[in-house]
Design a protein around this ligand. Structure first.
Ligand SMILES: [Ca+2]
Length: 82
């Protein structure tokens, strides 16, 4: 039986994660992505997968807010003041 050299994609239509906010590339959006994004911003490494949550082309603090919105809802009850 052949042994795969890399982890198999979870779905044939989704070879790698393009999910916005999926900063840790695990294919789902959860609190761990926020941690991964904080590290990406802090280390200025450009992030990976969906780290550029606001699709601006750069991974920066704005993506933290965008990821929080994706995670918890932009119209949640913890909205920031204008
Ligand atoms: Ca961005």
């Amino acid at each position: 039986m052949p042994t795969p050299t890399a982890t198999s994609p979870p779905s044939p239509t989704e070879p790698r994660s393009n999910l916005l906010g999926d900063a840790n590339c695990d294919g789902s959006l959860r609190a761990a992505d926020l941690t991964a994004l904080v590290m990406a911003v802090a280390t200025n490494d450009g992030g990976a997968c969906g780290a550029d949550a606001d699709a601006s082309g750069v991974v920066d603090e704005a993506d933290l807010a965008a990821t929080v919105s994706l995670l918890y809802g932009a119209a949640g009850d913890a909205t920031e003041p204008e």
